[in-house]
Write a protein of this length. Structure first.
Length: 328
């Protein structure tokens, strides 16, 4: 493995309190936000759907991103050393990488779920089932683990892990294997970005066509405008999630590829810190997006966490109607 500033397998650090505070707050917010999502979905029976299972998987991976990105390093950082025999750095880096890939792919699955729900509404329930959803989730986890095993065992042309002082975290060293880095970025970020972009382009196209037909026919059916409004809210929420995904991950992935082929000297420390923190922050964006943009999800959360305030409201099981599939 590549070690920097080491002595006897131990990395000696100079404590950086401002950076540690930023990373600590990011981790705490990420952990709490995803615990919040898990509780809301678990306690709301109407969300026990294929999409709900995907959301729980997403929240679990994002929770572990927040934990693995910094928590294992706090003790070492406070004591001026980074791990013993490189274990802490390996562990936190591998777990963080696995969970980030799993999180990204789960966002892709949720996009496909929304695409099928809108484009194939009559066949959706037959095609998208909980057993199939569980198989896909397990497959995503297995794949996410497999692609990060080669660097862990120093397999040829697979790169190494190293400690990045600027961002105060352990990373996969892109400079040792630029082509493996390119494979990861294309196979994960670019692929999922393409899938997400395709799905929401089709969804937006269908929604606009539906709205145009309704405007032309001026249907007197009371359910028509309601369906259109629901679709618009769903698309707005999910487009916000997708935009947050692109904003969070594009700088980080771009920097990793450039660093792999050009060298780390081109990247200033402040950008390393900012891009890393922004990428990790994507793991708590969804909690705020769902709460701020989805009224039914918000009411369910209020009923669960503020029962006295929500006593006169409809219970979450009847108030929320498949938020993640039809109303996200």
């Amino acid at each position: 493995m590549v070690l920097n500033s080491t002595e006897g397998g131990i990395i000696h650090l100079e404590p950086d309190i401002p950076v540690s505070i930023v990373l600590t707050l990011t981790s705490i917010v990420t952990i709490l936000a995803n615990i919040y999502i898990i509780i809301v979905i678990v306690k709301t029976k109407s969300l026990h759907t294929p999409a709900g299972y995907m959301m729980i998987s997403l929240a679990c991976t994002d929770f572990m991103v927040g934990w693995s990105h910094n928590v294992p390093l706090w003790y070492s950082d406070a004591n001026g050393v980074m791990g013993h025999k490189w274990f802490v750095c390996q562990f936190s880096s591998v777990l963080s990488c696995v969970c980030c890939v799993c999180s990204i792919y789960t966002l892709g699955l949720l996009s496909l779920d929304k695409y099928l729900a809108i484009t194939r509404p009559l066949r959706y329930d037959d095609f998208v089932t909980i057993p199939r959803c569980v198989i896909l989730i397990i497959g995503v986890w297995v794949f996410s683990i497999i692609i990060w095993i080669p660097p862990l065992f120093d397999l040829p042309r697979s790169g190494d892990y190293y400690f990045e002082e600027a961002a105060r975290v352990c990373y996969f060293d892109t400079t040792t294997s630029p082509y493996y880095t390119l494979f990861i970025v294309v196979g994960v970020f670019v692929l999922v970005s393409t899938v997400i972009g395709f799905c929401y382009f089709k969804i937006l196209k269908i929604s606009l066509a539906q709205s145009k037909r309704m405007a032309e026919t001026l249907s007197s059916d009371g359910d028509g405008p309601k369906i259109s409004k629901t679709n618009k809210k769903a698309i707005r929420t999910l487009l916000t999630i997708v935009s947050a995904f692109y904003i969070a991950w594009t700088p980080y992935c771009t920097e990793r590829v450039i660093r792999g082929f050009v060298g780390e000297y081109v990247t200033p420390d402040w950008f390393l810190m900012a891009s890393s923190t922004l990428a990790v922050s994507n793991s708590y964006f969804n909690a705020f997006i769902f709460t701020l943009t989805n009224r039914k999800f918000r009411h369910s959360a209020i009923t669960i966490f503020m029962p006295y305030w929500g006593r006169n409201r409809v219970s979450p099981n009847t108030m929320v109607t498949d938020v993640t599939t039809h109303d996200t």
